[in-house]
Design a protein around this ligand. Structure first.
Ligand SMILES: Cc1ncc(COP(=O)(O)O)c(C=O)c1O
Length: 346
């Protein structure tokens, strides 16, 4: 599927996807209401559908993955609390320090492998105020990311997810999944999202990444949690009106763009293996389990980016002399060949 008004191969991120013409047609005709007043039928349909899919009581449609996570963290925590997550977690690295600024929370970092923590590691990272003579912050929330973005698109095994949730519960912590790419994880592991998230209190799900909708994320949880989250969304300025027009893009994505994620994974694998065989580059093939490929470069990553740009391939350079190739619904087999050829020329 190309449907992309550019001859560039843009693999900077899976967020660059544009609504296809079929998606735009559906969006144009979507019935809308006023979501602040709670009567936008398309938003209601999306929220009900996603809550049901994930086996949770309720859902809230919000503007972005960052907003979904920020609302979740703020709903679960109070100032002086501590959040436990992997050292590469998006909530820690790339959300503007929202956990500190908006929640007044600190973070206890776990040295996971490929962005993935174990139950044992999480257990060790939980610090409770009680019994510490008031020295410690209060560890009250465990957050996992599936797939793990900086971990290379890696996926949790179900056993590990269940263990982490159990350890969190035993230690009086709530649990949140940053599921920006949770459908990639479901397709890669063959585990249904309902089962995957069974033991977790809340999940944020993005529609504007691999699923190809233009805007939007959904937060799911218990009715009580979502009632509280609704208030935080308001206070963060996220109440919106005729949001059904974009919710319809998300509904279209659920119907049409979930199963096809397996194509992205196959293409990412091909890119990873081909680049790994080149002299100047290496890829941790074990971590390549979904649509992301992190490439270690023997030449400066900034030079790689500018050279590839001349070949019509766009990507970002990253710390530690790496670049990332993010495969998404506009990337075809021909584009994959173009990417591999461009890397081979360096
Ligand atoms: C794992 C993860 N969580 C959350 C987000 C935030 O999503 P958004 O860019 O919609 O705010 C991203 C964005 O790439 C992400 O990779």
């Amino acid at each position: 599927m190309r449907e992309y008004l550019s001859d560039r191969v843009d693999v900077r991120s899976d967020t660059v996807t544009q609504p296809t013409s079929a998606m735009r047609t559906v969006m144009e005709k979507a019935p809308v209401g006023d979501d602040v007043l709670g009567d936008d039928p398309t938003v209601i349909e999306l929220q009900n559908r996603v809550a049901e899919m994930f086996g949770k009581e309720a859902a809230l449609f919000v503007a972005s993955g960052t907003m979904a996570n920020a609302i979740a963290l703020r709903t679960h925590t109070n100032p002086g609390d501590e959040i436990i997550c992997d050292k590469t977690a998006h909530i820690y690295k790339y959300e503007g320090g929202g956990y500190a600024a908006l929640c007044g929370a600190s973070i206890s970092l776990v040295e996971g492998k490929g962005g993935l923590m174990t139950g044992e590691q999480v257990k060790k990272a939980i610090r409770k105020a009680e019994g510490s003579g008031s020295h410690y912050p209060d560890g009250t929330l465990v957050c996992v990311e599936n797939t793990s973005n900086l971990g290379g698109g890696s996926c949790y095994e179900q056993k590990t997810l269940d263990e982490i949730a159990a350890v969190a519960k035993e230690n009086g912590c709530a649990t949140h999944i940053d599921g920006a790419r949770i459908f990639n994880a479901a397709i890669a592991t063959g585990v249904d999202v309902k089962r995957m998230c069974r033991d977790y209190d809340s999940v944020s799900i993005c529609f504007s990444k691999g699923l190809g909708a233009p805007v939007g994320s959904v937060l799911v949880g218990s009715q009580k949690f979502i009632n509280k989250a609704h208030r935080w969304r308001k206070m963060f300025g996220g109440g919106w009106r005729q949001a059904g027009i974009i919710a319809s893009g998300a509904l279209f994505a659920l119907d049409n763009h979930v199963e096809r994620l397996s194509e992205d994974h196959i293409r990412a694998r091909k890119v990873a293996e081909s680049i790994n065989s080149l002299e100047n580059f290496s890829v941790d093939l074990e971590a390549v389990q979904s649509n992301l490929v992190y490439v270690n470069c023997n030449i400066p990553a900034s030079e790689v980016v500018s050279s590839l740009s001349k070949h019509g391939v766009d990507l970002f350079d990253l710390p530690y002399n790496r670049v990332r190739v993010a495969i998404h619904l506009h990337i075809t087999d021909e584009d994959v060949d173009k990417i591999i050829q461009a890397f081979s020329s360096l």
